[in-house]
Design a binder for this molecule. Structure first.
Ligand code: UTP
Length: 314
C-alpha cells in the first residue's frame, strides 16, 4: 500500500494517528450516466474513455485510487458501455504485437490500466441518478467494509493526496467525508455548494463540519465558496439513507439528499478543502482545459503546443 502526501491539505491535525490512514478497500467509480453534455461524441463513445492527451479520464481516476491505497475498483456502468470496463482488461493480442515490434513504451502504457487494481463492474440498468448508482454497489461489498471511496470520473482533482486526508478525517471524526474546492463567487452557481462550520478542535482549518448543501445556488444565496469536487468517503450508512430518500427531478435519486439525511440524523459528515486544481471532464469546455493543461506539462507535446498556442492567441 502506498501513501501519497503531496496535498496542500497536509496536516498537523493528525500527528496523533498512524501514518497510513485506512482508505476504504473499494473505490467506486460511477460511470453509468448518459453524458448528454458531450453529445454527439457520447452517442457511441463513453465520456469516461475520452483521452486526456492519450489516457482516458477513468484511468487517471483509477491511478488516483490506487495511489491512495484502494485495492478494488468497482465501476458502475450501464448496458452497452462495456468499453469502460474493457479498458481495464488485458489485451494479449495487442500486447504481443507491441512486444514483437519492440514498442516497449507503448506496451507499458497498454499494460498499465489492467495492472492497477482488481476491477469489477456493476450494472445500473437505468440512469436513475448518482444516488441510485451508488446504491447499486452495496451487495458487492464484503461484510467488513464499513465505508467506500467514491470518485467521480468527470472530476480530476490535482495534485493527488486528498483521499488520504479525507481518510484521516474519517479515522479521527468518523462518518463520511467529502472534498471541497474553493470557487470564485461569480462561478459558484455551476456547483453543489457546501454550508460548513469551523471545528473548534481542528488544527487544520481545511477540515470543516458539513451542515448542508445547496445545488447550483444564485451567487447571493451561496452559503460558502466551497464547491463539491467529486471525491467522497461514505460510511456504509449511506446505503440505508439512499433507501429512505425520495426521487427528485426526473425520477433521479440524488446522493446529496442521502448525505443531507445523514446530517439531519446527527451522523458526522465533514469536508476537506482541497487547495489545488479541479478539472471538470464532463463538459467539452472543461475537458479541453484539462487536455491543454496536461499536454503543456508533457515533454513530448508541451513545447510545440505552447509555441502554437502563443502564436494562435496573438
Ligand atoms: P453527471 O450528471 O455529471 O453525468 O453525473 P452524466 O449524467 O453522465 O452527464 P450529463 O449531465 O448527461 O452530461 C455524475 C457522475 O455520476 C454518474 C455519471 O456517469 C458521472 O460519472 N452517473 C450519473 C451514474 O453512474 N448514473 C446515473 O444515473 C447518473
Amino acid at each position: 500500500m502506498t501513501s501519497v502526501s503531496n496535498s496542500t491539505t497536509e496536516i498537523p491535525e493528525y500527528h496523533d494517528v498512524p501514518d497510513t490512514p485506512p482508505i476504504p478497500r473499494t473505490a467506486v467509480v460511477p460511470a453509468a450516466g448518459l453524458g448528454t453534455r458531450f453529445l454527439p461524441a457520447t452517442k457511441t463513445v463513453p465520456k469516461e474513455l475520452l483521452p486526456v492527451v492519450d489516457t482516458p479520464g477513468i484511468e487517471l481516476v483509477a491511478e488516483e485510487a490506487k495511489s491512495a491505497g484502494a485495492e478494488r475498483l468497482l465501476i458502475i456502468t450501464s448496458p452497452g458501455k462495456d468499453g469502460v470496463v474493457a479498458h481495464f482488461v488485458e489485451d494479449l493480442v495487442l500486447e504481443n504485437t507491441l512486444a514483437k515490434r519492440g514498442k516497449a513504451a507503448m506496451l507499458a502504457k497498454v499494460r498499465k490500466a489492467p495492472s492497477l487494481l482488481d476491477v469489477a463492474s456493476v450494472i445500473q440498468e437505468k440512469p436513475l441518478g448518482l444516488g441510485h448508482a451508488v446504491g447499486c454497489v452495496e451487495e458487492y461489498l464484503d461484510d467488513d467494509e464499513d465505508a467506500i471511496a467514491v470518485l467521480l470520473p468527470d472530476d480530476l482533482v490535482l495534485p493527488g493526496g486528498v483521499l488520504e486526508v479525507m481518510a484521516r478525517t474519517r479515522q479521527r471524526r468518523g462518518g463520511s467525508v467529502l472534498c471541497a474546492i474553493e470557487v470564485p463567487g461569480d462561478r459558484i452557481s455551476a456547483y453543489g455548494v457546501f454550508d460548513v462550520e469551523d471545528l473548534p478542535d481542528a488544527n487544520n482549518p481545511n477540515v470543516k463540519r458539513l451542515k448542508g448543501m445547496v445545488e447550483k445556488p444564485a451567487p447571493e444565496d451561496a452559503p460558502s465558496n466551497l464547491a463539491a469536487a467529486g471525491r467522497y468517503i461514505l460510511d456504509r450508512k449511506i446505503f440505508d439513507a439512499l433507501r429512505r430518500i425520495k426521487p427528485g427531478a426526473g425520477g433521479e435519486l440524488q446522493l446529496t439528499d442521502a448525505i443531507a439525511l445523514l446530517i439531519e440524523e446527527g451522523e458526522p459528515v465533514h469536508v476537506v478543502v482541497h487547495h489545488g486544481t479541479r478539472h471538470d471532464l464532463g463538459n467539452p469546455g472543461g475537458y479541453l482545459k484539462a487536455a491543454v493543461d496536461f499536454a503543456l506539462d508533457r515533454d513530448d507535446y508541451g513545447p510545440d503546443l505552447r509555441e502554437w498556442l502563443t502564436e494562435r492567441l496573438k
